[in-house]
Design a binder for this molecule. Structure first.
Ligand code: SAM
Length: 273
């Protein structure tokens, strides 16, 4: 059992360090996982433990603790309509933004990519759009998440066939190969186009040198507290080129009214030029 003091310390810690609002989320399953975590790591008092690691957010023990609360749910071509818009409107508009018209350098970021399905869906959409010409462009996808467990799955690019809808299996078949165990693996040349990296969206700054044309940040900020959500939106805004696009979850809206965005559809915004 967690004491009330430990519960408060945990809620405060995840709020401040990772932006996550746990107050609604301490469900019995999480509590039982927490007790297991305490036992395995021989922790007597969770508050003391959290105080000790306050400034070591990348310590594997802290990230293991965090895994208990992360919600990795995702799918290939989740909110498929957004991928249609990506191909029909967003990529063509981004190409008109390129300074050197003869060189395509399209920068796309999947922020909170979970186990990689979103990043591979973006890649498949790009490859469908460009066809063989894709290999003459600099595209690819930067894909980040805080969960090491999810990123490991994403980098391997191996997925259970039976969990993938039949139509989607047909759509990705050109880009995957069946393994001897029946699972599907994205081909090496496709996997190489995704760059999976660990990143806490609640960190003070983002580590990117260049701005992005398109940022997917879908179904993540809904789990953030208000201040962290506003701060993350601000950093995302700064990471986006003028004229660039952001995709949120279908039912999500931007919280901040400070930024110069134009809404194009459900969860789709464009930073005004
Ligand atoms: C519900 S999944 C969404 C996956 C994908 N974007 C989609 O829409 O299908 C939420 C993801 O956000 C990640 N996440 C939660 N808090 C985060 C944080 N502070 N920094 C980075 N990623 C975070 C989780 O690890 C999880 O993979």
């Amino acid at each position: 059992m967690l004491t009330e003091k430990e519960t408060c310390a945990l809620i405060e810690f995840t709020n401040e360090s990772f932006g996550l609002d746990l107050s609604e989320n301490l469900k019995p399953i999480a509590l039982s996982e927490l007790n297991k975590f305490k036992k395995i790591n021989r922790i007597r008092d969770l508050q003391d433990f959290l105080n000790k690691f306050k400034y070591e957010l990348q310590d594997s023990k802290i990230l293991d603790l965090l895994e208990i609360f992360l919600i990795p749910h995702t799918n290939f071509f989740r909110n498929n309509r957004q991928f249609d818009v990506l191909k029909s409107e967003v990529i063509p508009e981004c190409l008109t933004l390129m300074e050197q018209k003869n060189i395509i350098d399209l920068r796309i970021w999947s922020a909170g990519c979970s186990t990689g399905e979103e990043a591979y869906s973006i890649l498949v959409a790009l490859m469908e759009y460009f066809g063989d010409e894709y290999w003459k462009t600099t595209c690819g996808v930067m894909a980040t998440d805080i969960s090491r467990k999810s990123l490991e799955i994403a980098s391997k690019g191996i997925y259970e066939t039976k969990k993938i809808d039949k139509l989607i299996r047909q759509r990705i078949s050109e880009y995957t190969e069946e393994q001897t165990d029946g699972k599907l693996r994205f081909r090496e040349n496709v996997r190489k186009e995704a760059n999976f990296k660990e990143l806490n969206l609640n960190s003070k700054t983002f580590p990117f040198k260049n701005k992005f044309h398109v940022i997917f940040c879908r179904n993540i900020l809904i789990y953030f507290n208000k201040d962290s959500r506003l701060a993350a939106e601000n950093k995302i805004f700064k990471s986006l080129l003028a004229g660039g696009f952001i995709f949120l979850g279908d039912a999500e809206v931007l919280s901040s009214k400070d930024h110069n965005f134009e809404q194009l559809g459900n969860g789709i915004y464009r930073k005004k030029i």
